[in-house]
Design a protein around this ligand. Structure first.
Ligand code: UD1
Length: 372
C-alpha cells in the first residue's frame, strides 16, 4: 500500500508537491505522484519537473484543457481507477486548481482521507473558480494544512473542526528558499535582453484577461509605466490568445515592453528576485514577492493571502489604470513600510506535513492491526 498519493496538475502545484515529495522521503513514507495533465505544454509542466528534480509521475492522466465541467469530469473519471490501483493511506492535494477539487471529490466518495495543503485561504469572491475549488476541497478534507494563522479562523468559522487544522507554513516557499541561489545564477534578465531595473508583469486570470475592457485598461496602465521603467511580460497562453483576439497588440508595441513566452520556474524566480516591482494577478507570486522583498502590486479586487499585505510587500489595487500607475510609482519611490517574513515560512513546511501524516498513518495501521 502506498502511504501518500500526491496530486499535481497545473503550474503552481509543482513547486508545492516538490517539497512534500521530499518531506515524505525524509519521514520514511512511500509516495506516488499523479499528474492530471491539466497543464501539458513543456513550459508549463516538463520544465518544472526537470528544474525541481521531481520524479516522473507514477500516473499521468493526460486530461488537457476544456471548460471547467469538461476538465473536472475528465480528471475525475481518469483518477478513479488510479486511486483504486494505488489504494493510498492518504490522498494529498495542493492549492486550488481544478485538479485539486476533482481528485478530492473522487477520493472523498471512495472514503480515502484527504490532506489539503494550503487550506483555509479565502478571498470571498465566488466568481473565481479557485475560491470554489478551495472551499469545497477544504470541506472534503480530513487534514487541513495552512500557510497562515488567518486560514484557521476562516475554516473554524465555516464549521470545520479545529483538530483537523494544522498551521505548517508554506510549501511553495520551501521550494523557493531551496532554489533562489540557482535561480539568480541563471541571469534571466540579461539573457532575455531586459535592462535593469525593470518591472515584471504576470497576467492570466480569466477575470482580467477574458474581458476586453479590463484587459485593455491593464495594458494601458502597463504602457504608461513602461515609459518610466521597462516592463517584462512572460505571457501565459490564455493571455496571448486574448491579446490577439481582442486586437490589443498595439499596447505591447514598445521597445520598453519585453514580451516572452511563459518561463520555467528558475528563470521566473530569478527575474522576480531582481525586479524593482512586480505587477501580478497570480496568488503565488504575491507570496514569492513577499519572501524576496520585492514590492508587489496585485491587479485584483481582493486577495486570499492577506498575510502578504499585512506582513509582506503586497498592495491590492484592483484593475483601474490610475490606481495601478500610482501604486507602481509608490513602489519605484520606495514608499513602503517595514516588511517581515510570515511566520513559519522557513523552508520546513513539507517536513512538518510529512511528519504529521506519518504519525496519523502509524495510528491508522495500529488501529487496523488491533482489529485484525
Ligand atoms: C490554471 C488554474 C489557476 C492557476 C493557473 C496557473 C484552474 C481553475 N485555474 O489556470 O488557478 O493560477 O492554472 O497557470 O484550475 N493552456 C495551454 N497549455 C497548457 C495549459 C493551458 O495552452 O499547458 C491554455 C489552454 O488554451 C487553456 C488555457 O490555457 O484553455 C487555460 O488553461 P487552464 O488550465 O484551464 O487554466 P489556467 O488559466 O492556466
Amino acid at each position: 500500500m502506498t502511504d501518500l498519493l500526491i496530486i499535481a496538475g497545473a503550474r503552481p502545484n509543482f513547486m508545492k508537491v516538490a517539497s512534500i515529495v521530499d518531506g515524505a522521503a525524509h519521514a520514511g513514507l512511500s509516495s506516488a505522484l499523479v499528474h492530471t495533465g491539466q497543464h501539458y505544454d513543456a513550459e508549463l509542466s516538463d520544465v518544472f519537473f526537470a528544474e525541481l528534480g521531481l520524479p516522473e509521475p507514477d500516473a499521468h492522466l493526460g486530461v488537457g484543457s476544456g471548460t471547467h465541467a469538461e476538465q473536472t469530469a475528465r480528471i475525475m473519471t481518469a483518477f478513479e481507477p488510479v486511486l483504486r490501483r494505488f489504494d493510498p493511506a492518504v490522498v494529498v492535494v495542493v492549492g486550488d486548481v481544478n485538479s485539486t477539487l476533482a481528485c478530492s471529490l473522487v477520493a472523498a466518495k471512495e472514503h480515502y482521507p484527504i490532506a489539503h495543503v494550503e487550506a483555509g485561504l479565502r478571498c470571498h469572491d465566488f466568481h473565481m473558480a479557485e475560491e470554489i475549488n478551495r472551499r469545497l476541497c477544504d470541506h472534503l478534507s480530513t487534514f487541513l494544512f495552512t500557510t497562515s494563522r488567518d486560514a484557521r479562523d476562516n475554516l473554524v468559522q465555516e464549521g470545520i473542526p479545529d483538530e483537523r487544522i494544522e498551521f505548517v507554513g508554506n510549501t511553495m516557499i520551501d521550494t523557493l528558499l531551496r532554489s533562489a541561489d540557482a535561480a539568480r545564477e541563471r541571469h534571466a534578465a540579461e539573457r532575455l535582453g531586459v535592462p535593469s531595473p525593470y518591472a515584471l508583469l504576470t497576467l492570466h486570470r480569466p477575470e482580467n484577461v477574458d474581458r476586453r475592457p479590463i484587459l485593455e485598461g491593464l495594458l494601458e496602465a502597463v504602457y504608461t509605466i513602461s515609459a518610466e521603467l521597462p516592463v517584462v511580460l512572460p505571457v501565459h497562453p490564455r493571455t496571448a490568445a486574448r491579446i490577439e483576439s481582442f486586437g490589443l497588440e498595439r499596447f505591447l508595441a514598445s521597445d520598453e515592453i519585453h514580451v516572452c513566452p511563459s518561463l520555467g520556474y528558475l528563470d521566473f524566480l530569478g527575474l522576480l528576485a531582481d525586479a524593482k516591482v512586480v505587477l501580478t494577478d497570480s496568488g503565488g507570486v504575491q507570496e514569492e514577492a513577499t519572501v524576496l522583498g520585492v514590492p508587489c502590486v496585485t491587479l485584483r479586487e481582493s486577495t486570499e493571502r492577506p498575510i502578504t499585505v499585512e506582513a509582506g510587500t503586497n498592495v491590492v489595487v484592483g484593475t483601474r489604470p490610475d490606481a495601478i500607475i500610482a501604486a507602481a510609482r509608490d513602489a519605484l519611490n520606495g514608499r513602503r513600510g517595514p516588511r517581515q517574513i510570515p511566520e513559519l515560512w522557513d523552508g520546513r513546511a513539507g517536513e512538518r506535513i510529512a511528519e504529521r501524516l506519518a504519525e496519523e498513518i502509524l495510528e491508522l495501521e495500529g488501529a487496523v492491526s488491533a482489529n485484525a
